[in-house]
Write a protein that binds this ligand. Structure first.
Ligand SMILES: [Zn+2]
Length: 69
């Protein structure tokens, strides 16, 4: 278990969150984003493009966890 992968619960509904990789509409770019698993809530964190210079997964998790604080 890595601390970096520890996601805080959703700040709005308190539900479980998950890290996903997804494509931006109309672009061949993949990014990392954390979203709430609750379909009725639908909230999501900041989207980070997958790049060689940094871990987009970590950035997405960081941004999500900061927002919860
Ligand atoms: Zn939520």
């Amino acid at each position: 278990m890595e601390d970096l992968n520890e996601l805080k619960p959703c700040p709005f509904c308190g539900g479980e969150a998950e890290l996903i990789r997804e494509h931006r509409k109309g672009r061949a770019l993949t990014g990392s984003v954390v979203r709430c698993k609750n379909d009725h809530c639908g909230c999501r964190g900041k989207w980070f493009i997958v790049a060689a210079e940094y871990s987009s997964d970590e950035k997405a998790i960081e941004a999500w966890n900061r927002r919860v604080d």
